[in-house]
Design a protein around this ligand. Structure first.
Ligand code: PLP
Length: 490
C-alpha cells in the first residue's frame, strides 16, 4: 500500500503559492468582516488538530478549494451548455463542459450533468427525469408534440394524478439507506408511494432474494440502490436484473462511494454506472471534490436530466462546477487509484482493530470505506458516544443501526469513514491505533443522568484524564500527517 498520495500532490499546489493565496484572501476578508476571517482560520486549526472520521467528509485539494472563490460565483447561467437563458455564458460553458467531460471519462458514463448543487438536488433531478421519461401521460404526449398551449385544466389534473401515483422501492434508513430514498420526512417519501428493503436481521447484509421478492410484489417504477451507512459492497448487476424483471428503472445513488468507483476499487458488478439507468452522486465525499452533485445517465435519460434546471434546480453554481472540473481532473490521475485503494484498506484495518478489541460491528466488518459500530455493548447511545469521542478530539457521527431501539435521534451506532484521514496519509497501522483510541474512550464512558436524576440518553460521564490522553496520542499521528502540509498562514 502506498502511503498517501494526496498530500504530496497538494504540496505541489502549495509550492505554486497556495499559502500566499490564502493569506491574501484572508486579509481581504478581514478588512470587511474580521470575525469571518477569524472563524475561517480557526476552522483550519480545528480540522488540523482532530481525527476526522465522518464518513461523508474529506479534505478537498487547495486547487479545488481556490477554484470556488472566484467571480464565476457571480454569473447566472440557467439552461445548458451552449443553450442558456442568460447572455455572456461562454466561460461557464467552458467549465461546465469540462466538468461533464471529466465525469463521463472518469466513470465511463454516456452522459453527465454537472449542475446539481448537492446530492439531494441530484436525486431530485433523477426522480423527475425518470418520471418525465417513463410516465406516459396525455400531458407529456402534448408536450412532446409541442402543444403546451392547448393543455386544459383536465390535462394538468391527469398529470398530477399519474405523476403522483408512482412507486419507489429503496433501502431502509436504519439499514443504511439515505433519507432521499423514500424516507417519509423527505419529499421522496411523500411524492412516491414508497416501500423499503432492509438487511438480514442476523447478518446485517443485503439479501437480494428479499429485494427481488419485494420488487415483484410492489412493482416500483424506481428501484433505488445505494447507501449512506451500509459497510458493504453492492452487486449492481443483481439490482439491475431485479429492476428489469419488474420493469423498474434502476437508480443508483453512489454519493458515498463514488471515490471507490472512480478509483477502480469497485469494478465489474460493483461498479454501478454500467448497470444503472441513472446514477447520482455527491462530489465532496470519497470523491474529494467541492460540495455538490452530479447525475450520470444512459443516453435514453439524457434529455430529461438536462432539464434539471429549471425543473427542480435554480441557476447552476458556476464556481462550483469549475471546482468539480478541477477535482474530477485530479480523480482521473493514476494516483487517485492508489488513494481509493488506501481508503478501502484502511477501513479494513479499522474494522479489524475494533474486532480484535471486542467491539461489535454491524455486518462484522467492512469492504468499503464505512465501519458501523454498535455502541450498545458499552451501555451507551450513539449520542453519548459521539459526544464523548468529540470531547477526546475524535470527530464522528452517530447513526442508526438496523432495528435500532434508540431511533434516529439518539441511535445505537457510530459511523466511521476513512476517506478524510486517508487523504492526510494515515495508513493501516494508524487506523488500528484509531480503533484503540475509540475503544479507550467508549470503555471508559458511562451514561450520565438528567437533572431529575433519571438515566440520560444524551449526557455521559468519562473517566478523568481519558480525553486528554487520547488527544495526546492522536496528536502524535496528526503531527506526522499534517493536513495541507506546507500551507502556513501568516
Ligand atoms: N445521497 C446519499 C447516499 C448521501 O449519503 C447524502 C448525504 O449524506 C446525500 C445523498 C445528500 O447529499 P447532500 O448533503 O450533498 O445533499
Amino acid at each position: 500500500m502506498s502511503d498517501a498520495f494526496t498530500p504530496e500532490m497538494d504540496s505541489q499546489n502549495y509550492s505554486q503559492g497556495a499559502s500566499a493565496a490564502y493569506d491574501a484572501a484572508l486579509s481581504v476578508i478581514a478588512a470587511v468582516e474580521p470575525r469571518v476571517a477569524e472563524a475561517t482560520r480557526k476552522e483550519l486549526a480545528d480540522q488540523r488538530s482532530s481525527l476526522k472520521l465522518i464518513a461523508s467528509e474529506n479534505y478537498a485539494s487547495p486547487a479545488t478549494l481556490l477554484t470556488m472563490g472566484t467571480w464565476f460565483s457571480d454569473k447566472y447561467a440557467e439552461g445548458t451548455v451552449g443553450h442558456r437563458f442568460y447572455a455572456a455564458c461562454q466561460n461557464v460553458d467552458t467549465v461546465e463542459a469540462l466538468a461533464a467531460e471529466h465525469a463521463r471519462e472518469l466513470f465511463g458514463a454516456p452522459y453527465a450533468y454537472a449542475q446539481p448543487h448537492s446530492g439531494i438536488d441530484a436525486n431530485l433531478v433523477a426522480f423527475w427525469s425518470i418520471l418525465a421519461n417513463r410516465v406516459e401521460t396525455p400531458f407529456l404526449a402534448k408536450m412532446k408534440a409541442k402543444n403546451v398551449n392547448e393543455l386544459t385544466e383536465g390535462d394538468w389534473e391527469q398529470l398530477r394524478h399519474e405523476f403522483g401515483n408512482q412507486r419507489l422501492l429503496g433501502m431502509a434508513l436504519d439499514a443504511g439507506g439515505h433519507l432521499t430514498h423514500g424516507f417519509r420526512p423527505n419529499i421522496s417519501g411523500k411524492m412516491f408511494h414508497q416501500q423499503q428493503y432492509g438487511t438480514d436481521p442476523e447478518t446485517g447484509l443485503l439479501d437480494y432474494d428479499v429485494v427481488a421478492a419485494k420488487a415483484r410484489e410492489f412493482k416500483p417504477l424506481v428501484l433505488v440502490a445505494g447507501y449512506s451507512a451500509y459497510p458493504r459492497r453492492v452487486n449492481f448487476a443483481k439490482m439491475r436484473e431485479i429492476a428489469d424483471e419488474v420493469g423498474a428503472v434502476l437508480m443508483v445513488d453512489m454519493a458515498h462511494f463514488a471515490g471507490l468507483v472512480a478509483g477502480k476499487v469497485f469494478t465489474g458488478d460493483e461498479d454501478p454506472v454500467p448497470f444503472a439507468h441513472v446514477t447520482t452522486t455527491t462530489t465532496h465525499k470519497s470523491l474529494r471534490g467541492p460540495r455538490g452533485g452530479l447525475v450520470l445517465a444512459q443516453e435514453e435519460f439524457a434529455s430529461d436530466v438536462d432539464r434539471g434546471c429549471p425543473m427542480v434546480l435554480g441557476g447552476p453554481l458556476s464556481h462550483v462546477m469549475a471546482a468539480k472540473a478541477v477535482a474530477l481532473a485530479e480523480a482521473r490521475q493514476p494516483a487517485f487509484r492508489a488513494y481509493a485503494q488506501n481508503i478501502a484498506d484502511n477501513a479494513k484495518s479499522l474494522a479489524e482493530g475494533f474486532n480484535r478489541r471486542g467491539a461489535r460491528l454491524v455486518t462484522g466488518g467492512t469492504d468499503n470505506h464505512i465501519v458501523l459500530l454498535d455502541v450498545s455493548s458499552y451501555g451507551l447511545t450513539g449520542r453519548q458516544a459521539e459526544s464523548a469521542l468529540l470531547d477526546a478530539g475524535v470527530v464522528t457521527n452517530r447513526n442508526s443501526i438496523p432495528q435500532d431501539p434508540n431511533g434516529a435521534w439518539y441511535t445505537s451506532g457510530i459511523r466511521f469513514g476513512t476517506p478524510a484521514l486517508t487523504t492526510r496519509g494515515f495508513g493501516a497501522s494508524e487506523f488500528d491505533k484509531v480503533a484503540e483510541l475509540v475503544v479507550k474512550v467508549l470503555s471508559n464512558t458511562k451514561p450520565g443522568t438528567t437533572k431529575a436524576g433519571a438515566s440520560s440518553k444524551a449526557s455521559y460521564v468519562m473517566e478523568p484524564g481519558i480525553a486528554d490522553r487520547v488527544r495526546a496520542e492522536s496528536a502524535e499521528m496528526l503531527d506526522k500527517h499534517p493536513l495541507y502540509p506546507g500551507l502556513e498562514l501568516a
